[in-house]
Design a protein around this ligand. Structure first.
Ligand SMILES: [Zn+2]
Length: 194
């Protein structure tokens, strides 16, 4: 399981998502939940990480928004408050990231297929883009820096978009690989206690 976890947590897409959601400190919670594969009380999590119970709960709630964790809660009879226990669903996170990339690829491909449209003029320095008719009014000089503008090439954009698709496809491949690893891990018979 440790090897799978290493792959999981070191994957740039997964790491980026988790840090954005719950920060570096939250990664420790993910590690404990990933390895335990069952519901863990927030008090146990707090004790093992040194993170306040309330913070544990608010961090994990952020993952709950995407169904990456689930919880059960029990009422503490003597004090009347609820104690939450959390479980991680790493496959849900993988699906989320894979689907996000798939829809990005779809969107980019639509753009690639769209007709090039009217010729445009471009100033790289100022990032100003004008249609032919407006550029002519300015004598094809950038309205902001007065330097000559260049013909804006759809080819450059297409090249950049194709590169992005390749990058996204590679990320999907890596994420799918981790998903497979998780599945095989689950199928392994659990060691029986003697
Ligand atoms: Zn300019």
């Amino acid at each position: 399981m440790t090897a799978v976890f290493e792959k999981f947590i070191k994957n740039p897409a997964i790491r980026e998502f988790l840090i954005q959601k719950i920060g570096e400190e939250g990664l420790e919670l993910v590690e404990i939940l990933f390895k335990s594969k069952k519901y863990v009380s927030e008090f146990v999590l707090a004790e093992h990480t040194g993170i306040y119970v309330n913070t544990v709960r608010s961090l994990l709630y952020k993952l709950y928004e995407n169904k990456i964790v689930s919880y059960t809660r029990k009422r503490e009879k003597s004090r009347g408050w609820y104690i939450y226990s959390w479980m991680l669903h790493p496959e849900k996170l993988l699906d989320l990231l894979i689907n996000k990339r798939k829809s990005m690829i779809k969107e980019i491909k639509l753009k690639l297929e769209a007709p090039a449209g009217e010729q445009k003029f471009y100033c790289k320095k100022c990032d100003v883009k004008l249609p032919f008719s407006s550029a002519m009014e300015y004598n094809f000089l950038c309205p902001s820096c007065y330097k000559p503008m260049t013909v804006f090439s759809e080819k450059t954009i297409n090249r950049q978009n194709k590169k992005l698709i390749t990058k996204l496809e590679k990320e999907i491949e890596e994420l799918s690989e981790i998903k497979e690893l998780l599945k095989t891990e689950e199928k392994k018979p659990k060691r029986s206690k003697k």
